[in-house]
Structure formats: C-alpha cells, structure tokens
Ligand binder design. Structure first.
Ligand code: ATP
Length: 300
C-alpha cells in the first residue's frame, strides 16, 4: 500500500478549478516532489492530503486512511510544514516544541529533535529573533515532533541563502534516512533534482509529467549544451546541420549550441574541419530546469 495516494483529486474555489484531476502515489520511504508554476494547485493538493481541505471529488489516502474523515488519525501519521507558516513572535523555540509535542499522544523527544536540527543553542530564543534558516529548521522540527511516518514540506527553502538551502537539503535526506516518507513541494529544480526519487509536475491543476528527475530530463527533448567563443565565427547553418542540433544562440558574445550527445560528438570534428579554435569551451548536461520549462511551457 502506498503511504500517500491521491486519485482523481478535484478542488475548486468558486469558479476557479485549483486542482483538476490530480493522481499520484507516494511509496513508503520515498522523497516525492511536486513541482509547478505559481498557482498550479500544489498547495491545494497537499492541503487535501493533510486533511486541511476537503476535496470536491476524488480520493486521498494516507496509510489507507481518509484525511478528511479520519483527520485525528492522520495527524498522528503525517507531519505538516506548510508554506508561510508563522508562530507567535514571543514564543521561544523551547515553548513552541513543548506546545506542539503536547498535541501528540506519543511525541518524539523534542530535545533530541532540536539537537538533530541544530537548534539546541536557540531553545531560549524567541521566534521573532530567529533567522530565516533557524525558522525553517524550527518548522521542520515542529512537523517531526509527532514522530510521523510521513511529512509534507511545502516550499521549505524559499528565502534561504545557498548555504541554508544546502543545510536544509541535508536535513531532508536525514529525515528520510530515519524512515520518514517525504512529500516535498518546491519551485527549485535543483532541489528536486538533488532530493527527489520521483517528481510530479503539476500545471493548471493537472499532473503533466510524473517520473524520476533523470526520466524527466530524458523526456525533455534538449539534453546537452555546448557553449564557446570562436576566434572566427562558425556558420550557423553548419552548427544546425550537426546531428541532433536543436538551436544556436549568442549569449554574452558566446555561441550556445543545444542538442544531444550526437551533437556534442560531432562538434569537435566540425571545429577541426573549419580550422576554428573555440575558447572557453563548456559542455553541459541539461538540468531539470530545462525539462521543467519544456514540460510546463512556464516562463519561470
Ligand atoms: P504557489 O506556487 O504560488 O504557491 P500553488 O501551486 O501552491 O501556487 P495553490 O495555492 O494551490 O497553487 O492555488 C491554486 C489556485 O487556486 C490559484 O489560482 C490560487 O489563486 C487559487 N486559490 C488558492 N487558495 C485559494 C483560496 N483560499 N480561495 C480562492 N482561491 C484560491
């Protein structure tokens, strides 16, 4: 049985269809990502999974339970960190952890959790005085304090600096190593690529793709890029005639050729044939960013 199962989920706000037939299943122990542009229906979907909104149609199950009808049982199994969570400014880290632990019959040891999340030095610090990264760690701790089997993390690293994001990723990996299933909503492709076993791309309330990050990248047509500055210009038509070549652009004085493995293999012999030297030659693999733009047609 999957840990989280969403089948043909529909949810509208008045006339606006926020979720329009979403289906996916998250296996136990998985880190499953939900990616998509603003307003795609990601938060509405996970709010239905958490039992915070009732679906108009479709089924949602968490460990076989219905979060809308069996909300109390589901809150024992599922920890939730939602986008734009806030706490009272004067609450200290210790008070927040104690308070949230008191909501659960069998809470985790909150002191151990604080230590694991690097918050042991902040126990007496009020919420208002915490940095963005410390707040995020506190929200992760609060989502885990009920000792859940699964956790929803919604836009966990928004607003964090690169180090904060990397530290948080290490935490998410640590959570999974502890046996907790993770449903992760994110805007950051790098985050999904690094963390997720599988990703559902949601666009306009529907799942437009569901695959491993590698599978999504392979599915998006353009796989590799060659960029260089040439001492003598290469003929655009020559580049586009290479096998698998898709496009040629000039970016900051550099030529950027997009294609696939065959394009890269044929590129160097072309330079030799034309007697052209390419300076600062860089070959890069496509990222989930490229795949995402391909799959959503989104401008972000
Ligand atoms: P973002 O990435 O911007 O957080 P999202 O993918 O999480 O977006 P949702 O927050 O689920 O998307 O919103 C889906 C759609 O439903 C949007 O058009 C949004 O404006 C609308 N919506 C969300 N919550 C409400 C609400 N409480 N009342 C009315 N409309 C809402």
């Amino acid at each position: 049985m999957p840990m989280i199962e969403v089948q043909d989920l529909h949810k509208a706000y008045g006339e606006r269809k926020a979720v329009d037939g979403v289906t996916f299943a998250v296996e136990e122990g998985e880190i499953f990502g939900i990616l998509g542009p603003n307003g795609a229906g990601k938060t509405t979907t996970v709010e239905c999974v958490a039992g915070l909104r009732a679906p108009d149609r479709g089924t949602v199950r968490v460990a076989g339970l219905d979060p809308a009808a069996q909300h109390t049982d589901v809150t024992r199994l599922l920890g939730v960190q939602l986008q734009q969570s806030e706490l009272q400014a004067k609450l200290t880290v210790r008070e927040a952890l104690e308070l949230y632990a008191s909501f659960h019959e069998r809470p985790a040891d909150w002191r151990a959790l604080a230590e694991r999340l690097g918050l042991e030095g902040q126990l007496g610090v009020r919420y208002a005085k915490l940095s963005g990264g410390q707040r995020q760690r506190l929200f992760i701790a609060l989502a885990l304090v009920g000792d859940p089997r699964a956790v929803i993390l919604d836009e966990l690293t928004t607003g964090l600096d690169p180090r904060g994001r990397r530290d948080t990723w290490a935490l998410v990996e640590d959570i999974r190593r502890g046996g907790v299933t993770v449903l992760l909503v994110t805007h950051f492709m790098e985050e999904a690529q690094r963390l997720c076993d599988r990703v559902a791309v949601i666009d306009r309330g529907r799942v437009t793709a569901l695959d491993t990050p590698g599978g999504l990248i392979r599915r998006a047509g353009t796989a590799r890029t060659v960029s260089f500055a040439a001492d003598t210009p290469l003929d655009r038509a020559d580049l586009l005639a290479l096998p698998g070549a898709v496009s040629v652009e000039t970016v900051d004085g550099r030529t950027v050729l997009t294609g696939d493995d065959a394009t890269v293999d044929a590129f160097v012999p072309l330079l030799a044939r034309r007697g052209v030297t390419a300076r600062g030659l860089r070959v890069s693999d496509a990222t989930l960013d490229d795949a995402y733009l391909d799959l959503t047609g989104a401008d972000q």
